[in-house]
Ligand binder design. Structure first.
Ligand code: CUA
Length: 332
């Protein structure tokens, strides 16, 4: 009955994790209703049965250990169960499989830019394959934004100066609404986007720059359309674009891509490796480390090298940074 009454107000389930969240919330709603009826029902019953009557005297009570044990044990077990249930979904939701298809996301007042490995860039619509894990690696050019896909039941803050991520396996083809969920200025409510989930044939076509046909909206009717821009066919892959940035910004002067050591360490095999720093830290060279190193090199000097690298903070745009990292990632 609850499910039927709520069906029109709860978004469709576009991922497996959405069904799991809804199961947990149905349970929370169910036990809330159960205890509400139990407590209020007992209250009304006692108020009527034991109401004041001049001829009746109240019995003397000294308490009940059994009753106390029950009202400690039952809520404790229920809360532990809710914690375990929620944690297991949260864990599944935050640990992206390593073979996920990656898309780079840049938020800025008030639109979203998406960069793909094949070099394409789209604005306000992100194209993803159906039934395949997809990971969004996200950052912001200005202020805090939030990337929220109600149909998928996932949401993540998008923070300037670092990368955060979201992942999902979309199971329903079509366009799914995205909302910005951090107040980011005048047009915050207009910072809309769509996740366009394509079936196998459409995904192939999209990657070959062929028409994909009409893709219908899924759920959440009545939301204003975001303006959408799509780039011209890609000028080389994202890594190729990153190679151009790498050369233009002069990285090549001090770093090699073939394993030889110059003034700075080589970038061959860097991504995902363990790096020892002069201050004793050992870090994994992921997106956040590489970005942090480019912006604050002095604080991240690699062991065995001199702190001579200048900062590139403010000199590389977010989309260039994404391309640059894709290039460094490709240097296996
Ligand atoms: Cu971007 Cu609110």
């Amino acid at each position: 009955m609850f499910n039927q009454a709520l069906a029109s107000s709860v978004p469709i389930q576009g991922t497996a994790v959405a069904a799991r969240w809804d199961g947990l919330y149905d349970f929370l709603l169910g036990i809330s209703a159960f205890f509400f009826l139990l407590v209020v029902g007992a209250m009304l019953y006692f108020a009527i049965t034991y109401r004041h009557r001049p001829e009746k005297k109240t019995t003397y009570f000294t308490g009940s250990h059994l009753l106390e044990a029950i009202w400690i044990a039952v809520p404790t077990l229920l809360l532990m169960m809710i914690f375990g249930w929620g944690y297991s979904i949260y864990h599944a939701m935050t640990q992206a499989p390593s073979d996920a298809y990656e898309v780079r996301v840049v938020g800025k007042q008030w639109l979203w830019t998406f960069q793909y490995d094949n070099g394409k860039t789209t604005v306000n619509e992100v194209y993803v394959p159906m039934n395949r894990p997809v990971k969004l690696v996200m950052t912001s050019e200005d202020v805090l934004h939030g990337f929220y896909i109600p149909n998928f039941r996932i949401k993540q803050d998008v923070v300037p100066g670092m990368y955060s991520s979201l992942w999902f396996t979309a199971t329903v083809p079509g366009k799914h609404q995205v909302f910005c969920t951090e107040y980011c200025g005048t047009s915050h409510s207009g910072m809309l986007a769509k996740v366009v989930v394509l079936d196998d044939a459409q995904w192939k076509a999209w990657n070959l720059n062929r028409p994909i046909g009409a893709v219908p909206d899924v759920g959440l009717e009545g939301v204003a359309e975001a303006s959408v821009a799509q780039s011209a066919p890609a000028a080389g892959s994202l890594a190729d674009q990153g190679k151009a940035v790498y050369e233009k910004k002069g990285c090549v002067a001090c770093h090699s891509v073939d394993g030889t050591t110059k003034v700075g360490p080589t970038h061959k095999g860097l991504f995902g490796s363990k790096v020892e720093l002069t201050d004793g830290r050992t870090v994994i060279a992921d997106e956040n480390y590489i970005r942090n190193h480019i912006e604050n090199p002095q604080a991240n000097t690699v062991k065995g090298f001199n702190p001579v690298m200048p900062t590139f903070k403010g000199l590389i745009s977010e989309t260039e940074m994404n391309a640059l990292i894709a290039y460094i990632k490709s240097l296996k």
